[in-house]
Design a protein around this ligand. Structure first.
Ligand code: HEC
Length: 117
């Protein structure tokens, strides 16, 4: 009987540990809007790159598509936030600190999972 009453809690814990399903654009939109869209928005976007919609991210800017769905290591957007060398670190060093690890991890998961809408 007591074990049975614990069941809902156990189920809840299990589903948390399993939260590795594909991340959708709606989960990363807020990160990009808070940290990137001020310079990569509608008006005169830096490097002609807009980061205010999934379509714009896929279309990319001066250097081509900002992400390659399923290929984190080729994705300029990921390289930018990780400062791994493909493009200048983003947000620019003089402007803001790096994104926190959780935000970067979420962006990576989104791209790795195919950049779902
Ligand atoms: C303060 C303004 C500013 C902010 C905020 C900013 N960027 Fe940038 N971004 C720039 C500038 C300037 C460049 C061009 C840098 C260069 O060519 O060295 C650039 C270039 C880029 C590029 C290369 C685009 C290309 O096609 O060459 C990527 C990718 C990028 N930014 C992603 C991001 C991401 C992701 C964020 C948010 C985490 C972000 N940026 C936030 C100013 C900004």
């Amino acid at each position: 009987m007591r074990l049975l009453s614990l069941l809902p809690l156990l189920c809840f814990l299990c589903s948390c540990g399993r939260a590795t399903g594909p991340v959708s654009y709606s989960s990363v939109k807020e990160i990009l809007e808070s940290n990137c869209v001020s310079c990569h928005g509608e008006e005169e976007p830096e490097s002609e790159l807009r980061l205010d919609s999934r379509e714009a991210i896929l279309a990319g800017g001066k250097s081509g598509p900002a992400i390659v769905p399923g290929d984190v290591d080729s994705s300029l957007l990921i390289s930018a936030v990780e400062d791994s060398g493909l493009v200048t670190r983003m947000p620019p060093e003089d402007d803001a600190p790096s994104l926190d690890a959780a935000s970067i991890a979420l962006l990576r998961l989104w791209v790795a999972g195919g950049a779902k809408p």
